[in-house]
Write a protein that binds this ligand. Structure first.
Ligand code: MN
Length: 328
């Protein structure tokens, strides 16, 4: 079953919209975070800005968790082997170190300024544990929804260390897509932008962007304005598509750290439940059963000292598809 016949879910930004000046003065929507305990026996509290009632996706970005800075010398992060399907995970740290093991056989460290992109297409399993030498854990965990034609892609793991671009008092690291003259070589299944932008005190930056992209600016620290709209730390500001530039300004006397996400509006309805993305309730039921049955679909994670995360019970109701509410 597929929802390809479903009504388009977001504004299409073509020439007409640009000519009509759709992006000029477009309002930034401020999305606030809610606190969620991350799964596993030793829960880490994360701040989730996607998905939420007001917005499911920004481009294909469908999940944004922001955590720390938290003292990780005692507990930190310990997420036992768990499955993913229909999505990619992007791990980006500001401080600390996470040990990643997956069912491809990858054993990698996630470090500040280094992006790990894991493709869970048809099925993958992985564990994430902060290393014993990590004292402060601080970063983001992001998911990308895969489009219908690629949602059963083979499992994959890519690592990339972006260069630092310095401009107008800001330091920019582009881990996915292109920004400020810097382009990531990492392949994605839909056009995407992902970049860390650190602004010095009082810095203001104007960036050329693709008018077909909508953007989200996640604020880690500082009093930041996105195209004139004030954002507080932990906020995600959403700028609709149709604009060919945006501004990011730091009103603080200390550096401000942000993460800029972007992509063309994702037109498909998706069903998200636990660590799975599908197109129907049946997709989710099947994925859950495959994990329960230890199917080859997700494979095995070697080297994690402990058991796997069991899937939670399915809700009694049919899981309904999510799409972006229309903006007025
Ligand atoms: Mn995961």
């Amino acid at each position: 079953m597929s929802n390809v016949e479903a009504e388009p879910v977001a504004l299409k930004c073509g020439t007409t919209a640009r000519e009509a000046g759709a992006g000029h003065g477009a309002a930034v929507e401020v999305l606030s975070a809610r606190e969620v305990p991350l799964g596993g026996p030793r829960a880490l509290l994360v701040r989730r800005t996607l998905p939420q009632r007001a917005r499911t996706l920004i481009g294909a970005w469908c999940f944004a968790d922001h955590y720390g800075p938290v003292d990780a010398s005692g507990t930190g992060m310990d997420v036992p082997p768990h499955p993913h399907t229909g999505l990619q995970t992007v791990s980006w740290l500001f401080s600390g170190e996470i040990e990643h093991r997956d069912s491809i056989g990858t054993h990698a460290l996630v470090r500040p300024g280094e992006m790990n992109l894991m493709t869970g297409g048809h099925g993958i399993a992985h564990s994430e544990v902060s290393t014993p030498r990590t004292t402060v854990l601080h970063g983001v965990q992001l998911w990308v929804a895969l489009p219908e034609e690629h949602r059963h892609a083979a499992r994959d793991f890519q690592h990339h260390v972006p260069e630092t671009v310095r401009r107008d008092g800001a330091e920019i690291k582009v881990f996915l897509g292109s920004l400020a003259g810097s382009t990531s070589p990492v392949r994605t299944f839909t056009p995407l932008l992902g970049a860390e932008i650190v602004l010095g005190p009082g810095a203001a930056l104007t960036l050329s962007v693709d008018p077909a992209f909508e953007h989200g600016l996640l604020v880690d620290s500082g009093d930041v304005r996105l195209s004139g709209t004030a954002l507080r730390p932990t906020d995600l500001g959403h700028l609709p598509c149709g604009t060919d530039s945006l501004t990011v300004a730091n009103d603080s006397a200390t550096p401000a750290r942000t993460v800029l996400l972007g992509g063309p509006p994702f037109e498909e309805e998706i069903v998200m439940w636990w660590n799975f993305i599908g197109r129907s309730h049946e997709d989710i039921v099947r994925a859950r059963e495959d994990w329960r049955a230890q199917s080859d679909r997700f494979g095995r994670v070697e080297g994690y000292p402990g058991g796997r995360l069991p899937a939670p019970a399915l809700p009694n109701a049919v899981i309904t598809p999510r799409r972006n509410p229309r903006r007025h």
